[in-house]
Design a protein around this ligand. Structure first.
Ligand code: GRG
Ligand code: ZN
Length: 338
């Protein structure tokens, strides 16, 4: 099964803006389920490089909407396993190259479905094999991680690695202290973090760095006052959040900024009512899904991060999300403890 296409909806549909700001739960469930059945559409194939990420986004969105069984469990697991390589890594789709980004999504999907046993059934010692693929990508000098064998480094991969290893219960395979030191080396004077040392603060990268410090229980290293102020400055008069100064608002920053504020216990520093309204305005109230901004085309990426943002703010009808893992809170409690 090749599940869940990425952005787009054929280019013909004019998204319907919601009249009333109510969460269209059933429409969103139908939208996500439909992503797997539109294989004849151009964008489905255009987004093949995102497939395993897309499956994680779609599955997580369905869980947050209270429809955890809307996708067929065994087909999802079979698809995930069809993306596994002999070296323990996962690719976006069968036949592509393995990469940290997809390996992390695979582990998140398997954890969500309580399917580590299925992984072991498919590959003897599979859990450890996946963990060793991840651990081997650590740069032992700096503590950060490569995305694959090609050497690209980014704080995203350090976060992916620790997130996946903590779900697998195998953090001991890597030098955690060095990873923490690397995050510290990415800290900027404004309280934020970038893709690497000296790189400009960006809300997406802040999420990954604060995520690393949360998983490793080193949030004491964060300048919470400064970072909280920088993050809450991201809110624009229309209620939406941007990722950096002078940039446009975008629904996905409801997650990158919102979760970072939640991890440092400063979510109340933004106007949550205004942000919730902005997110709800980004729904397509006819065909389901969320766009980056009101009236734009929906996609599954903005759908999960819009819903996860609403969940952080305890919006009625949305299940609780874990602010570090972007997975349902009850699942994180089961897998890594409360
Ligand atoms: C488990 C949720 C989860 C994530 C895994 C891949 C990853 C770890 C995190 C990605 C963090 C990140 C860098 C998010 C930002 C994504 C984004 C909107 C990038 C665009 O940045 P700009 O600055 O766009 O080009 P704008 O238009 O905002 O200026
Ligand atoms: Zn976005």
């Amino acid at each position: 099964m090749s599940l869940v296409a990425g952005p787009g909806r054929g280019g013909h549909h004019q998204p319907a803006l919601p009249d009333e700001l109510e969460l269209c739960v059933e429409k969103h469930v139908a939208y996500i389920k439909s992503l797997d059945t539109r294989k004849d559409e151009y964008e489905y194939w255009l987004t093949e490089h995102l497939r395993l990420n897309g499956l994680y986004w779609g599955l997580t969105a369905l869980h947050l909407l209270g429809h955890p069984d809307a996708l067929p469990r065994s087909e999802v697991i079979d698809f995930v396993m069809s993306c596994m390589h002999d070296n323990g890594g996962f690719s976006a789709a069968p036949g592509h190259d393995p990469h940290m980004l997809y390996t992390c999504s695979a582990v998140q999907i398997l954890a969500t479905l309580d399917a580590f046993g299925d992984l072991e059934a498919h590959v003897n010692g599979g859990k450890e094999k996946v963990a060793r693929y991840i651990a081997n990508l650590q740069d032992r000098d700096t503590g950060t991680f490569n995305g694959d064998g090609w050497g690209e480094k980014d704080t995203r991969f350090l976060f992916n690695a620790l997130l996946a290893l903590s779900l697998l219960g195998m953090m001991h395979l890597v030098d955690v202290q060095k990873g923490v030191e690397y995050v510290q080396s990415c800290a900027n004077f404004d309280g934020g973090y970038g893709t690497g040392p000296g790189a400009e603060s960006h809300a997406g990268q802040i999420y990954t760095c604060v995520g690393v410090l949360s998983i490793t229980k080193r949030l004491d290293l964060v300048d919470k006052e400064k970072l909280g102020a920088w993050l809450s400055d991201r809110q624009l008069p229309n209620g939406g959040l941007n990722g950096r100064p002078e940039k446009k608002e975008d629904v996905c920053y409801s997650w990158w900024v919102g979760s970072s504020l939640a991890m440092i216990d400063r979510l109340h520093w933004i106007d949550q009512e205004k942000l919730s309204k902005f997110i709800l305005q980004c729904q397509d109230s006819e065909l389901g899904g969320f766009a980056d901004r009101p009236g734009d085309m929906v996609d599954v990426f903005h759908t999960v991060f819009g819903l996860a943002g609403l969940s952080l703010m305890k919006h009625p009808g949305v299940r609780e999300v874990d602010p570090i893992y972007c997975m349902p809170k009850d699942i994180i409690n089961r897998v890594v403890g409360g």
